[in-house]
Design a protein around this ligand. Structure first.
Ligand code: G6P
Length: 502
């Protein structure tokens, strides 16, 4: 059988993600090369890839360019091309103009455009076909994140022989917000094509289960969702704009387990992601990086308290709330420039999306205003840097910072919080952490705050700056125990063990 021969030549472990695991770099002599991406996900999965026959399916980041599959450092890379219009409609549009704000508590207004949805479906189909092409018979395929929610079912239709996992790196919204999505049924059915659907927090998994129960009526018991084998898709509705669902988008709830043979089971539960702790701990012990951290403090004029914020420049991160609190503290005289300094790293992100362009303008206006009012000749109030930095410089910054400010209004996990903790080997330093991050479920000894409560945030910043060193040490030790014992390798192993067990 030709198809069978083909599958036995494929890869046993396939990761499918919007972004490929490598970035293109230009070397000094002008030639181009690929470099493994520095993120935690790639770091965690690379060894698993190298140990088995592993392949990574993803977009390489440039429009209108078709690349042949290639191998790099023990990984088979399978680039998926996107046209310029698909970058606009699928990536900037549906992924980051519709789903991202909808899944982050509608902090920004989600936009619903049918042509964006059409592109999302088309591109998801392309990723599913690429995965189907590279997966060996009986392979494990792990699909990542909100850009690819339709891939699990599309892949199952093409390749019923493979095991399919899905992990959602961002929050899953409460059913009342998810209900806004005109294509909500299709998204749920897409995800339910997976055998295991992972979320960051228990509450995300519960939100998903409630949406499934409410919209599709499926029977659910102990995280197991009973998915009927014969189902229509609302995308197949014959009358445009008319839901295939007779009960206006909700379904009667199934109260007992369906008959055997009439369904398959999909499991939905939390697997909180983490970081490559060992790498951060090693870097934090390196002499050149410790020296660099001292140099950073000197360059800032040796303030007593260095506050640090590190974020992609994204409206979910609460950067404005943080600056508002800081500005008021300077204004009230609770903090003073020279004695305190805020370093804000804002790495460029999604610059083609309008809400991100607007945010950048607002933040840069605010920084200019605060610095204009409070700077002295020798010292600045906010050292604002719109750059990304290599991990070595990030660890030096973590070591230079007395107080880490994570004030996200909603965040799937927030790995910066975990990186800061991992870097503080001597158990000094204070983490101020928003309760709206996934990380807050695990990092209970941080100074937990509601970033919308500016007074509470101000109080936490003052407390962090003046904290009793013993109290700080106790907290940081407990945080470090959590982070050191739960690295991203363990996360990947837990997920894959569960998937293989199903
Ligand atoms: C978040 C998402 C990832 C995404 C990353 C960077 O962490 O969960 O899927 O890759 O942001 O965003 P970008 O749009 O540049 O890929």
């Amino acid at each position: 059988d030709a198809a069978e021969t083909e599958y036995t030549q494929g890869y046993d472990f396939v990761v499918v993600a919007n972004r490929l695991a490598v970035n293109r770099i230009t070397q000094e002599d002008g030639t181009e090369d690929w470099q493994r991406s520095p993120g935690g996900l790639v770091t965690a999965l690379a060894p698993i890839m190298a140990a088995s026959e592993g392949a990574w399916v993803g977009w390489h980041g440039a429009p209108d360019e078709t690349l042949e599959p290639f191998d790099h450092e023990g990984m088979h890379l399978h680039p998926v091309p996107l046209s310029e219009q698909e970058v606009e409609f699928y990536y900037e549009g549906f992924s980051n103009g519709t789903l991202w704000p909808l899944y982050h508590d509608v902090i920004a207004r989600p936009l619903f455009h049918r042509r964006w949805w059409d592109a999302y479906r088309r591109v998801n189909q392309r990723f599913a076909e690429a995965a189907a092409q590279v997966a060996a018979r009986g392979a494990t395929v792990w699909v990542q994140d909100y850009q690819l929610q339709l891939v699990p079912q599309m892949l199952r239709d093409l390749r019923p022989d493979v095991k399919i996992g899905f992990f959602n790196h961002i929050p899953f919204p409460p059913p009342g917000l998810f209900a806004q999505l005109p294509w909500r049924h299709s998204v749920l059915r897409g995800l339910l094509g997976a055998d295991l659907i992972g979320f960051q927090r228990d509450s995300d998994a519960r939100n998903f289960q409630r949406a499934v129960r409410h919209r599709l009526g499926h029977y659910i018991k102990a995280d197991q969702i009973y998915v009927p084998l014969q189902e229509e898709d609302d995308a197949g509705s014959q009358i445009p704009g008319f839901s295939a669902d007779p009960s206006r988008g909700t379904a009667p709830r199934q109260l007992s387990a369906p008959a055997p043979g009439s369904h398959r089971v999909a499991e939905a539960r939390a697997f909180p992601i983490s970081i490559d702790t060992d790498t951060i701990v090693d870097l934090a012990g390196r002499e050149d990086i410790i020296a660099r951290s001292k140099e950073i403090r000197e360059e800032l004029g040796n303030p007593e308290t260095v506050f640090l914020g590190v974020d992609r420049l994204d409206y979910t991160k609460g950067i404005r709330h943080r600056m508002k609190a800081y500005e008021e503290l300077l204004h009230d005289g609770d903090l003073e420039v020279g004695q305190a300094c805020l370093v804000q790293i804002a790495s460029p992100s999604r610059e083609g999306v309008e809400s991100y362009q607007r945010l950048r303008d607002e933040i840069e206006l605010t920084v200019g205003r605060i610095n204009g009012e409070f700077d002295t000749m020798g010292h600045t109030a906010i050292r604002y840097l719109h750059h990304s930095y290599p991990i070595e410089e990030m660890v030096a910054l973590y070591l230079a910072a007395d107080v880490m400010l994570v004030t996200a209004l909603r965040d799937g996990m927030n790995l910066v919080a975990k990186e800061y903790v991992a870097a503080r080997k001597d158990a000094t330093g204070v983490l101020v952490l928003s309760e709206f991050t996934g990380a807050a479920d695990q990092l209970r000894q941080a100074l937990l705050i509601n970033p919308h409560d500016i007074d509470e945030l101000k109080a936490a910043m003052v407390k962090a700056a003046q904290i009793d060193p013993d109290d700080a040490k106790k907290r940081m030790r407990s945080l470090r125990r959590q982070v050191v014992s739960h690295n991203v390798k363990r996360w990947a192993q837990d997920f894959l063990d569960r998937l293989h067990h199903l």
